[in-house]
Design a protein around this ligand. Structure first.
Ligand SMILES: [Zn+2]
Ligand SMILES: [Zn+2]
Length: 177
């Protein structure tokens, strides 16, 4: 969806939109949109060619757990506020003065704002550094690859418990200065 900014005629406008997951095709590598996305936003002029966008988005993203490799869903409920200025057609984004109100600056092209791109940006910001289905996820057995959240495969792990290694270290005669 592209929002034609010239339609605002200098007035603030409120939008409520619902996007099916297919609106985000091709899907991002890091996640998949797993349910319809609800967006509520206000767009208003912010001086010159700039526009201010204040929005609220709710979504459910499917991510892959970094330990057990199963998919899990991440609920997203994010508020955002952006300043949109016209993009200058160069390969390199121009350096801009950041205004005093600390708003994040984004760019619109050809007089219209790409709403799907804006939402992708919000989803990226919502992603955890290390996606886990649960904090206590037990991951995969290093021997047989079984998902240890579901089964106890009974393999004897070859790795040494790091806590045990620490204890062994304590037992070694060591000179401390
Ligand atoms: Zn997991
Ligand atoms: Zn195993």
């Amino acid at each position: 969806m592209r929002l034609d900014l010239s339609q605002l005629h200098g007035q603030a406008k409120h939008y409520d939109r619902r996007f099916e997951p297919s609106a985000f095709d091709p899907q991002d590598e890091d996640y998949r949109v797993a349910a319809p996305v609800e967006l509520s936003m206000d767009v208003e002029k912010a001086g010159g060619d700039a526009f201010r966008v204040t929005g609220h988005v709710t979504a459910r993203l499917a991510l892959q757990c970094g330990r057990c490799l199963e998919d899990f869903e991440l609920p997203v409920d994010a508020q955002f506020e952006l300043r949109y200025v016209p993009a200058i057609d160069t390969a390199v984004e121009p350096e801009r003065e950041i205004a005093e109100d600390d708003l994040i600056t984004a760019f619109y092209r050809e007089g219209s704002l790409d709403v799907i791109d804006m939402l992708r940006e919000q989803f990226q910001l919502a992603l955890p550094m290390k996606p886990l289905c649960a904090e206590a996820c037990r991951g995969l057995c290093p021997e047989c690859g079984a998902n240890l959240n579901r089964t106890d495969c009974g393999c004897t792990p070859k790795w040494e418990d790091p806590r045990l290694a620490v204890l062994k270290g304590l037992l070694k005669p060591e000179k401390e200065n």
